[in-house]
Structure formats: structure tokens, C-alpha cells
Design a protein around this ligand. Structure first.
Ligand code: RP5
Length: 162
């Protein structure tokens, strides 16, 4: 089994359809990861243990997604020096603006790299984690360059009707 380098954590099972976007990117780039449900409010002890053990277990980035009163990414950042990438999950009540504000407005000293609301943010979180790892992994850097080049090549120069 390869060493897991990225943790994808989320506040609820209901966050998985969004957070799977990050997992799909890491699959495409062949980055080993794990997925866990870790809720700041419902499983605070699980959050504490995960954060306490993250660096020692060799995690190099943690992607944390939550919605509403989205305290998970910030609390995780307060517990570990492993970089935390926050994904604001889109909510029904406030469309994810609540999640975004909860995640992005961290006090000085404990940063969370906050992505856009929803699926695009989760996909970008996967890419950001890969970019962090690629600073010390030449093979991954090449795979990421190839992925980016393929995306560029897929964009047509002109619009069409259908
Ligand atoms: C947050 O509350 C979760 O991250 C989720 O986005 C939101 C709703 O959770 P469920 O009620 O669907 O479990 O903790």
C-alpha cells in the first residue's frame, strides 16, 4: 500500500458528492489519499485525534469540506501544521456563502487555503493538494503539467451552436 499523503475529510456523508470531486482529481493524478467523515460538532474527539496524528502519519495536505457553520477546516488548521485546504460546501439555506465565510475568515496565525463554493472548489482543492506535493515529487509534477496541458488542449478556440 502506498503512503497516504492527502486526507480528504468532510463534516457529513451529505458532503461526499461535493468532496468526491477532489478524490476524482487525486485519482486522475495517482495521488494516494484517504477519506473520512470528521465533524467539528458531531465528532469533536475524532477531529482532535485526526489533527493530532496527521503530521506523524505523513499527511502532506488535508482537504476539509463542510457546509453551514463550517468549523471543520479551521479547527483542523488549529490542531495541525499540515496545510489545510478548505472547501465551502453549498448549502440550501444560504447557497454556501455561510460555509465560505465560516472557512475563509480565520484569525491571524492559523490559515486555511479556502477554495470556491461547491464542486469547482472541491476539484481545485484536489489540484492544490497535488501542487503542494509536486513541489517535492518530480513525477507528480510531470503528471500535473500533463493534466493542465490536456485541459488547455480541450478548450476550443471558437464557440459553436451546440
Ligand atoms: C455540516 O453540516 C456538514 O459539513 C454538512 O455540510 C452540513 C449538513 O450536514 P447533514 O445534516 O446533511 O449531515 O456539519
Amino acid at each position: 500500500m502506498p503512503q497516504v499523503e492527502v486526507g480528504i475529510i468532510m463534516g457529513s456523508q451529505s458532503d461526499w458528492p461535493t468532496m468526491k470531486e477532489a478524490a476524482d482529481i487525486l485519482d486522475a493524478l495517482d495521488v494516494p489519499y484517504e477519506t473520512r467523515i470528521v465533524s467539528a460538532h458531531r465528532t469533536p474527539d475524532r477531529l482532535w485525534t485526526y489533527g493530532k496524528e496527521a503530521a506523524g502519519r505523513g499527511l502532506k495536505a488535508i482537504i476539509a469540506g463542510a457546509g453551514g457553520a463550517a468549523h471543520l477546516p479551521g479547527m483542523m488548521a488549529s490542531k495541525t501544521r499540515v496545510p489545510v485546504i478548505g472547501v465551502p460546501v453549498q448549502t440550501r439555506a444560504l447557497s454556501g456563502v455561510d460555509s465560505l465565510y465560516s472557512i475563509v475568515q480565520m484569525p491571524r496565525g492559523y490559515p486555511v487555503a479556502t477554495m470556491a463554493i461547491g464542486a469547482a472548489g472541491a476539484a481545485n482543492a484536489g489540484l492544490m493538494a497535488a501542487a503542494i506535493l509536486a513541489t517535492n515529487d518530480a513525477a507528480l509534477a510531470q503528471r500535473l503539467d500533463d493534466w493542465r496541458a490536456a485541459l488547455s488542449a480541450s478548450i476550443p478556440e471558437e464557440p459553436c451552436d451546440d
